[in-house]
Design a protein around this ligand. Sequence first.
Ligand code: G6P
Length: 609
Amino acid sequence: MCGIVGYVGPKVATPLLLDGLKRLEYRGYDSAGVAIMNGAGVKTVKEAGKIAKLESLLALTPVEGTTGIAHTRWATHGPPNQVNAHPHMSQDGTIAVVHNGIIENATVLKQMLEGRGYVFTSDTDTEVLAHLIEECFDGNLEDAVLEALWQVEGTYGIAVISSVDSHKIVAARKGSPLLLGLGDKENFIASDVSAILSHTRQVIYLEDGEMAVLDEAGYRVIDMNAVEIQKKVAHIDWDLAQIERGGYAHFMLKEIFEQPQTVENTMRGRLLDDEGTSKLGGLNLSDEELLSFTNIVITACGTSWHSALIGEHMLEELARIPVEVEYASEFRYRNPVVDSKTLCIVISQSGETADTLAAMREAKRRGARTLGLVNVVGSTIAREADGGIYLHAGPEIGVASTKAFTSQVVALLLFTLKLGRLRGALSQQRGSEIIAGMRALPGQIRQVLERAQEIEDIAEEYKRASNFLYLGRGYNFPVALEGALKLKEISYIHAEGYPAAEMKHGPIALIDEMMPVVFIAPHDSVFEKITSNVHEVKARKGRVIAVTSRDESALDGMLDYEFRIPETIDLLMPVLASVPLQLLAYYVAVKRGANVDQPRNLAKSVTVE
Ligand code: G6P
């Protein structure tokens, strides 16, 4: 979603800010801008479109100065044009603000400010903040920001500079991630660590209700009552190469090809082969506590929600515990049956998705214990969950999630092994068999990737389709959902995932010779059932693309295209079957000329509700 980066130090700020913005562009990218303090005051330059356009503009009109803030926007209030791009200026032109989040009482505040003579030039809620801070300003920027924020309802991650109280950045957080990067006689503020990783690895995560004041010499963190808070400095292990494309045409392709390694990393050191279970150091739950849960609720959004559905199957099958999967955005607007006997598993690649975070907090309020399955170390969900399992998949930059998904499935299986063995529902022998299957996964994913060309050929054939149907059963029904989501996210082809047998209750009406239908049909316990569904599609002249795992006479003459994946146990099929579907979406999108890493309207990390 929107990204923030700020710099205060001895260097010229613009190139540092532009570099940070480019690294944030994957989060959201309909417009961007910078505000730099130079001798003459605060100068803003902003532009609709990609960062490259802002960069060209800055090349024509360079702005000198060593303190600045910058923003890449994903529109919430007002269209993505130059006027609505951040930073927003106060009426007197002395204060610049960048903001992620939504000011919920913006209309009331705007009326109040208009009554006092402020004139609004944009459609954004952020401009309210800029004028409000000016209204509260009495020589000291942090006091003004504090006073303004007391009047604000909603969510924010903000960074503010002023030409009057200059050479400092004031930043504050409520519901939208922000971190401080600590350098040598220079400091940074950012919404995402990737923006500053090339300059420092020492960071401080701000919590909700905290404000930071940064200058060249150091930083202070205070609460909303201006009481100073001592913060822990965290060290980031990710290296720069991980957030660069490394020779691949797109981050998405790089991340698809990283999966042998990322799946390995998720499992590393956690498998106890002989005991048929796993060792998970971050759960913060004793065996007694784990045994005390009567039910599990898994909550997530998007791709993470799909992995949750696979987790539900695994946990119910192997740990024999009732599991509900909830869209995080729906969960807290119902009255879910969640109490202290409930374990709430929260899945999020970014660890910052606003709805998922809110759902986790709601589950906590109701007494549940919470476990975060998160990729981004130090993210809000990771910090606020009672315990967790890090995915260790490394930074995922491509907006369409790929490697995080396969790691989520593996992490869910690790937890299932642990709980299943503890509850006595899973035998040591079956646990060890599953682990043997898991150990083979990285090599098997590699085998799939080696044959990427076959998928590219299928993509060539179907790149002009206007609709796709994805069908799977059992463990592979969520894979069908995920395959369809990948395709629509990046190629803009309408695609639906369905449980294969449900097709008869609706989507079958859509099938004709123009409709490609992707079947996820490996040799598993429901293979025979899905064979009948393939026949039903073929009888209506649908075009069948099947992901299979062995030569099946039952499918003779039925398939227009077949992609064979290696055999594995049923519950690991989703990991192998999803890889060709990721590639299919990727190649179709590239062949249609779509911008795979920056699909229109989408954001990597959705930090507003
Ligand atoms: C956005 C992303 C998706 C992601 C979803 C949930 O919509 O574009 O790729 O699956 O958010 O994100 P999370 O970080 O919570 O897994």
